[in-house]
Design a protein around this ligand. Structure first.
Ligand code: M6R
Length: 357
């Protein structure tokens, strides 16, 4: 039930800190570390390559998950859109592991891939919010998101839960290979949850951003580099699906290869700057679009902020920044849709789970 909340989406955004803390508890072992079933650790560490298969927001979570797994466990990962994979399958490695990411566990496009790869005898792991869902039942292994029911069509808490579970899987796979992380993941996920609490208390500032940049615009662009690019893709999907503003996410460095032609006077550009190693270059990209008349809204992270930044998220472990940086984008999208009179929880033409191919 949505209780005193006007919309499920807002309630589900606010639940995110609790969900992250619940995930830490569910995946904690007796020694206070994080773990998953030994079968899953073995399956991940036996694989010579991981194929992540997902759609929509879950695909965006997969892009970030690839970074965790490659950086920490050093296993190569490919991320594929399920509806493309079925019809245009890449050459597979000798010992692949398939990871399906699906909030509902019912997405037909993803199931079609599962059926195909099971026929080849490949191992499959599903990361889902719904125990007993089709993808979970038909996979060899399941990891649950423990996010509680997600009712709003726009996925919010499932995305951050997917990132948290993927981070745990990547860390556990790394430990299994005798590698250690440079930081304590349990502690850093706790800091992520606290940062989410702070952001959920700053909705007025995000509503002001929605009014200032998005109340009448036809389009909006999200730019970022590295993982900020992936968060931008998710921010754009959120905004387009509930507010009907044409929103796109672009890699900062790709703008000059064509996209910059779209910039007009006043075009809103939401730029993410949470990553130190690309901070200078993304800020350079912002200058390029501002020179063409764009209206920039820079969202940065404490420690990297500059005077003109419109919003600064709390400082967190940089590799986990997507879990936190997405929250203002979710809230800004919510208010943009609300101000434009859209049906936030049930946007037109969309269903919560897409059970047709
Ligand atoms: O249930 P799934 O995670 O498999 O759903 C995948 C997409 O349909 C879903 O993420 C969709 O993109 C959301 N409406 C985005 O908010």
């Amino acid at each position: 039930e949505k209780g005193t909340y006007p919309h499920y989406m807002l309630k589900e955004i606010d639940e995110q800190p609790v969900v992250i803390r619940r995930i830490i508890e569910k995946y904690r072992n007796d020694d206070g570390g994080l773990t998953v079933d030994q079968d899953i650790i073995n399956a991940v560490n036996d694989a010579d390559r991981i194929y992540i298969i997902a759609a929509g927001t879950s695909y965006h979570a997969g892009l970030v998950g690839k970074q965790f797994i490659e950086n920490w466990a050093k296993i190569p990962v490919e991320v594929h859109i399920s509806s493309e994979f079925s019809y245009n399958m890449p050459l597979l490695s000798e010992k692949p592991l398939f990871i399906f990411i699906s909030q509902s566990g019912e997405t037909a496009d993803s199931r079609a891939v599962l059926v195909q790869v099971k026929e080849f005898g490949h191992k499959c792991l599903t990361i889902t919010n719904v125990p007993g869902s089709t993808l979970s039942r038909e996979s060899d292994y399941t990891l649950l998101l423990h996010a509680g029911p997600e009712i709003a069509v726009a996925s919010t808490k499932a995305y951050t839960a997917q990132l948290a579970v993927l981070s745990i899987l990547a860390a556990v796979a790394a430990y299994g290979k005798g590698r250690s992380l440079e930081f304590d993941l349990t502690k850093e996920l706790g800091i992520v949850a606290n940062a989410m609490d702070v952001l959920c208390g700053q909705k007025e500032e995000m509503e002001a951003i929605a009014s200032e940049y998005l109340s009448t615009t036809r389009n909006a662009f999200f730019i970022g580099r590295s993982v900020d690019y992936y968060v931008g893709l998710e921010g754009a999907l959120k905004l387009k699906e509930i507010s009907y503003i044409q929103a796109e996410g672009f890699a900062g460095g790709e703008l000059k290869h064509g996209t910059i032609a779209l910039i007009e006077n006043g075009t809103p550009i939401i730029a993410l700057a949470t990553q130190e190693h690309v901070n200078l270059s993304i800020r350079g990209n912002v200058k390029e679009v501002v020179a063409r008349g764009a209206n920039p809204c820079i969202i940065s992270m404490k420690g990297l902020e500059e005077e003109d930044d419109r919003f600064v998220i709390p400082s967190i472990q940089p590799q986990l920044a997507p879990l936190v940086a997405v929250v203002p984008l979710q809230i800004i999208s919510y208010y943009a849709a609300l101000h434009r009179g859209c049906d936030v929880d049930k946007p037109r033409n969309l269903a919560k789970s897409v059970t047709v191919e």
